[in-house]
Design a protein around this ligand. Structure first.
Ligand code: GLY
Ligand code: MN
Ligand code: MN
Length: 445
């Protein structure tokens, strides 16, 4: 899969007469001398499938003006070091890397900056992301200065630095069958975790117990972890969109919103379900839940090639606002509420984002000023919600403090769509059955 990604990216580079220099992440300190668990950079992982820190991939396509034999893929990485490996873990090492990762060549990471002027001397552009590491940016400018100083006659130094976004990130947006298979595995584990959470939750448990249960299922079933920090939000905590404290007692009569997705081979899933802590929706919870569900089902059904990304949001929004007006929470008519954006106190976020190696994945949303049309191979979330603040005096007290979101991961296919996270209970009867530990034969198609 990673070799194929490299081949496709090399083809793009050849057309642009560009080389690419793609570093991975480094260890990040959590506190004092403890580090976070390492997670590779997504661009680097996409192109290599290599998850050690301190490595850089250099891709140089064969250009007509050079005598090079073909495209060159060179991986710079840490050398084997018996002493260091005893302390900090195994290393692949330079000698084993070409066979293990199917790169043309491997070199010690210490040689990178000295080698680059020679490797980049025939290209017109360099794909390099500026910003994440200023020291590395200075090294790259130094390389370009050297190239400029040594350019003579027909040899021109690289004239442009290109951001990976319009090149590599457009490739990442279109998922291959192999990538979709990995995303299905992430989705299957996420399904299991949400069903177990529905079964396990009950009054007086703490949010953190459900948080831990969900993460345990992700990791014990082979996931690389949580794709993002779990949100386990009981009652009005669900109205805080990025609530991650996950440390309050669950209360009888409240809903529990869980936004949690397994990461598998560094590919994300991203799922939200909202269910009653005691297993039964109240009348108000159910009324609002059905509005969100109606919007979510309509928006998912709308996904197919050719419709715009933004139209998914517009449709969900229209259904949410119609539901709020019908329940008397929002003054109508629907068109006026949409125009005046009076719904924003109940629905303040967008409905979708791309999904892939990053939970908010790369790829442009707008092309030439217009919302982009969906294409087969894209994966997006569909995640409408409604959030009534605990202190919202514009609505009757019985509605206050209810927060609901329903989120699935949707693959665009040639003829329509495929919900990767299908089968996680979301209709009221299925959810209540799952809370009681029963699986309901779905009657909802
Ligand atoms: N969990 C992040 C999101 O839903 O976008
Ligand atoms: Mn989410
Ligand atoms: Mn999401």
């Amino acid at each position: 899969m990673h070799t194929e990604h490299r081949q496709r990216f090399l083809e793009v580079l050849r057309e642009r007469r560009a080389a690419a220099v793609i570093p991975t992440a480094t260890h990040k300190v959590r506190n004092h001398d403890c580090e976070y668990r390492f997670r590779p950079d997504s661009d680097f992982w996409y192109l290599t499938g290599f998850d050690e820190p301190d490595a850089v991939l250099v891709l140089v396509p064969a250009l007509a003006t050079t005598k090079s034999q073909g495209p060159r893929t060179i991986l710079y990485l840490r050398e084997k070091d018996r002493e260091r490996e005893i302390w900090t873990g195994r290393r692949l090492g330079v000698a084993a890397a070409p066979a293990a990762l199917a790169v043309d060549e491997a070199r010690p990471i210490e040689k990178l900056w000295d080698d680059l002027p020679q490797l980049l001397k025939n290209v017109e552009r360099i794909v390099w992301r500026t910003g994440p590491d200023e020291a590395r940016d200075r090294e790259m400018l130094h390389v370009i200065s050297k190239l400029r100083a040594s350019a003579k006659g027909p040899v021109v130094p690289p004239l442009e630095l290109l951001d990976p976004a319009p090149l590599l990130h457009e490739l990442r947006l279109m998922k291959s069958p192999a990538e979709i298979e990995v995303m299905r595995r992430a989705a299957r584990i996420t399904k299991e975790a949400h069903i177990q959470a529905m079964r396990r939750a009950q009054p007086d448990l703490n949010e953190r117990e459900i948080d831990a249960l969900v993460e345990a299922i992700f990791r014990s079933q082979g996931g690389t972890g949580c794709a993002y920090t779990n949100i386990v939000a009981g009652g009005a905590n669900a109205c805080i969109l990025h609530y991650v404290e996950n440390n309050q007692a669950l209360r009888d009569g409240d809903l529990l919103l869980i936004d949690a997705g397994c990461e598998f081979d560094y590919y994300a899933s991203d799922v939200t379900r909202t269910f009653p802590v005691n297993g039964r929706f109240s009348a108000e919870q159910r009324a609002l839940y059905d509005v969100v569900l109606d919007a979510q089902l309509a928006a998912v059904a709308h996904v197919k090639p050719g419709v715009t990304f933004n139209s998914v949001h517009e449709l969900a929004l229209q259904r949410l606002v119609a539901g709020l007006v019908k329940l008397g929470l929002l003054e109508g008519p629907v068109e006026t509420a949409l125009e005046k954006e009076t719904y924003k106190r109940f629905y303040m976020h967008r409905t979708s984002h791309w999904l892939g190696l990053d939970v908010h994945d790369c790829g442009a949303y707008v092309i030439d000023g217009s919302s982009r049309a969906l294409e087969a191979g894209m994966v997006l979330t569909v995640e409408p919600g409604l959030y009534v603040a605990a202190d919202d005096e514009t609505v009757e007290a019985r509605w206050r403090g209810i927060g609901i979101r329903i989120e699935d991961d949707v693959l665009v296919t040639a003829t329509g769509h495929d919900v990767l996270t299908a089968g996680i209970p979301k209709h009221v009867d299925e959810v209540e059955a799952a809370c009681q530990g029963r699986a309901l034969q779905s009657v909802h198609g």
